[in-house]
Design a protein around this ligand. Structure first.
Ligand SMILES: [Zn+2]
Length: 237
């Protein structure tokens, strides 16, 4: 049984041409052409468009980004917005917040799910999300406690769980037993988030993560897989 990957990148999936559910995120606006081509090869793939906080160009004005995003959304009809978000470890944090808000505004306007990247900025993200009450989406690479999970899921933001759940030193490893199953998705963030000791990740690693979640939640791996796949369909369809 395949675990549907809720977050991965083109570099990891280009060779996967047979139909298979994968949510493939952009990191910049140029990605859309390759993503659109990929969706034609794999008609079960969902593709997103967004500007990852690591790839923000502070020279580009917000209004320019807005015009480009709208043009892409209307031309290519992506299945979701993302990835976008906040990373406190990276420069231009103020501009990151403006751009993150722009993505939320467009996701709400076009009624598309949104995929967030968030590092050391959960509270700032919650403040932005609060202004967009009909938003739905997922915070990828969720790595926090069950109280933060409660605050996010209350706002219809699901929790993307990946390789960190296999590492006993992470927050997600410690909190996953208490997280609500109806808001959990599994993701590889491939090829960029390998398990400790591996060089890169692939969508097939999602099975290992589903097993790790199952062990902690005291469920079978099949139960978790059915659940997260249903959550995937609900979020992206
Ligand atoms: Zn990613």
């Amino acid at each position: 049984m395949i675990v549907y990957d809720a977050h991965c990148h083109l570099e990891a999936v280009r060779q996967i041409n047979s139909p298979r559910p994968l949510a493939v995120a952009a990191v910049n606006l140029q990605d859309i052409i390759k993503l659109d081509k990929y969706r034609q090869q794999n008609n079960l793939a969902k593709i997103g468009i967004g500007i990852h906080p690591w790839f923000i160009d502070p020279e580009v004005e917000l209004i320019n980004y807005q015009q480009q995003l709208i043009a892409i959304i209307e031309t290519y009809q992506p299945d979701f917005i993302g990835e976008c978000g906040l990373d406190y470890n990276k420069p231009h944090f103020e501009y990151q917040q403006l751009l993150c808000e722009l993505h939320c505004k467009l996701a709400q306007h076009y009624q598309l799910p949104i995929i967030f990247h968030c590092v050391r900025a959960y509270n700032q993200l919650l403040q932005i999300i609060a202004r967009y009450p009909t938003l739905k989406g997922m915070l990828h690479g969720f790595n926090s406690n069950s109280e933060m999970a409660r605050q996010l899921t209350k706002k219809n933001i699901s929790l993307g769980i990946g390789s960190l759940v296999t590492n006993p030193n992470t927050q997600i490893y410690k909190s996953v037993a208490k997280l609500p199953l109806e808001f959990i998705l599994v993701e590889s963030d491939s090829p960029f988030m390998p398990m400790t000791g591996q060089e890169y990740s692939t969508p097939d690693d999602c099975l290992t993560y589903a097993t790790a979640i199952a062990n902690q939640q005291q469920k079978t791996q099949q139960e978790i897989t059915c659940r997260v796949n249903a959550n995937w369909i609900k979020l992206f369809s």
